[in-house]
Ligand binder design. Structure first.
Ligand SMILES: [Zn+2]
Length: 499
């Protein structure tokens, strides 16, 4: 643990102890320990020992392998995995018999827009809602449509839920882990310029329109304004940087074919991100923008549904230096069909969407053929899409990937990319997206094997158990009155939400 994260953890422990009125709580301790032990005097040895939970008889998908490791045990200590093996001796641990269920890592949505969940999409903040309402929508969806459906981490890739993330990490609110880019960075008239057409220049460029005032987006011109936006995001706790590298579907001014930030603007974003040990992700669709951004050192490539084979080969040659982030459902399903697109899209936006939908299947085929390093991110926000996020995973299978690949995009590969945040990683101590010694205890138990039938992940009845950071948020399999496995509705414990 670094000195900095130690400081962070210490501060956190003090805060939580104070809130719960407990005399002591270990840094890695969970709500389970808080619930299990009555408050004793400070320094009692029993209390300082982190809770140990031994899962037996589980079949593990480790985030990478294309088959399950059968009949395994997993020992969780506090908030991380201590050991994985065929037989583990831990006499002091509370034992949970998995009864042959499948254990997977918590799912990771690598393309989410937490703050863009008001009903009207990106225009919401101009027309109807303030930042407080945006936060309320966000929190509702983070719990009910994300965490409680087994998505234990989101990479938030335009928007600023950084203080919501802070409250979650402090145990003040329930929710998934959040890696946020902070506000997306766009040129005037680009994909992140969500102000109305007649907003005066002074208001737009002094960050006074509502989208920028809520810090969900930045409208910039020139490298110096990029510097300011990148540094402000990082100052607020962003884990990486999102730029708009090309036109889009859901924006008013920018046709799909255009380029986004200019070369010197992209270069500056990459430079400042690299100076801070982190990386740049980009919105882009076609060969010209992908190639420009590859030249300039961008690492995470979203969308890309209009790219051709030479560009795909170029990405493949870079191995795990760059990643393709696949938004399957919104492109293959939604954007494939003019009539299925959201009602708030204009005719022009729907026409762009149809072009994207056509390209998406082709891009997935090419990326898969050349074995490009790939992650999955839903880009599904706003009702009704946010309620169907896991259909983005099953969509991967419809687009030609195996169930194991689809899950790998949402677990193992995602965990690798999250660690690209380096010193800006908000969860720096352990690994994510995998089940192995030294990973965070973000675990799911399924009744059935999703590698045989990926569609079972859509059946909430089959998801029996959700653990995030060693805390239990859903539990339909262990006696509910046992103190280690109080159901998620138990009151007054950190991370446990009154449903
Ligand atoms: Zn997006």
């Amino acid at each position: 643990m670094s000195f900095k994260s130690m400081l962070k953890s210490c501060g956190f422990a003090v805060t939580v102890s104070a809130i719960l009125g407990l005399s002591s709580l270990t840094v890695t301790g969970s709500a389970l320990s808080a619930a299990a032990a009555p408050a004793k005097s400070a320094g009692a040895t029993e209390e300082n020992k982190p809770v140990r939970i031994l899962f037996t008889n589980v079949n593990i998908f480790d985030g990478f392998s294309d088959r399950l490791a059968k009949g395994m045990s997993v020992l969780v200590e506090g908030n991380h995995i201590k050991e994985v093996g065929e037989s583990i001796k831990a006499p002091d641990a509370y034992v949970v018999d998995g009864a042959g269920r499948t254990m997977t890592p918590g799912l990771i949505d690598m393309h989410q827009h937490v703050m863009l969940n008001p009903p009207e999409g990106t225009a919401s903040y101009q027309t109807r809602w303030d930042g407080a309402a945006g936060g309320a929508f966000a929190q509702h969806h983070l719990v009910n449509n994300i965490l409680l459906k087994g998505i234990t981490t989101v990479r938030d890739i335009a928007g600023d839920p950084l203080d919501i993330a802070k409250a979650i990490d402090m145990g003040q609110l329930p929710g998934p882990r959040v890696y946020s880019s902070g506000g997306a960075i766009s040129q005037t008239g680009g994909h992140g310029d969500w102000a109305g057409r007649n907003v005066p220049e002074d208001i737009l460029h002094n960050h006074k329109d509502m989208s920028q005032a809520t810090q969900n987006t930045w409208v910039v011109n020139g490298p110096d304004q990029v510097t300011e936006a990148v540094r402000m995001n990082l100052r607020r706790g962003a884990a990486f940087i999102k730029i708009m590298g090309g036109g889009g579907v859901a924006s008013e001014f920018d046709p799909l074919e255009i380029m986004g930030l200019a070369k010197d603007e992209v270069a500056r974003a990459v430079e400042i991100a690299a100076d801070n040990g982190t990386y740049v992700a980009t919105h882009a669709y076609h060969d010209d923008s992908y190639n420009r951004l590859l030249d300039l050192g961008v690492r995470s490539f979203e969308h890309g549904f209009l790219v051709t084979e030479p560009t795909v080969k170029r990405m493949a040659a870079k191995g795990q230096e760059v990643v393709w982030s696949f938004q399957c459902f919104m492109s293959v399903n939604t954007f494939g069909d003019y009539d299925a697109m959201p009602g708030f899209f204009t005719h022009e936006q729907k026409v762009k969407g149809v072009a994207v939908g056509k390209g998406a299947r082709n891009a997935a085929k090419l990326m898969n053929k050349h074995n490009v390093f790939t992650i999955g991110g839903s880009d599904m926000f706003g009702i009704p899409f946010v309620e169907r996020i896991k259909e983005d995973i099953t969509c991967n299978v419809d687009a030609g990937y195996t169930p194991a690949q689809a899950l790998k995009h949402w677990t193992g590969n995602a965990g690798i990319v999250l660690k690209w945040s380096g010193p800006k990683d908000p969860y720096p101590t352990y690994e994510l997206g995998t089940i192995k010694k030294g990973a965070y205890a973000d675990l799911l138990l399924w009744d059935g094997n999703p590698l045989d039938d990926i569609k079972l992940i859509l059946d909430e009845e089959k998801l029996n158990f959700i653990m995030k950071d060693g805390l239990v948020f859903k539990n339909t399999m262990v006696e509910a009155d046992h103190p280690y496995f109080r159901p998620a509705r138990a009151p007054s414990t950190r991370g446990q939400y009154p449903l």
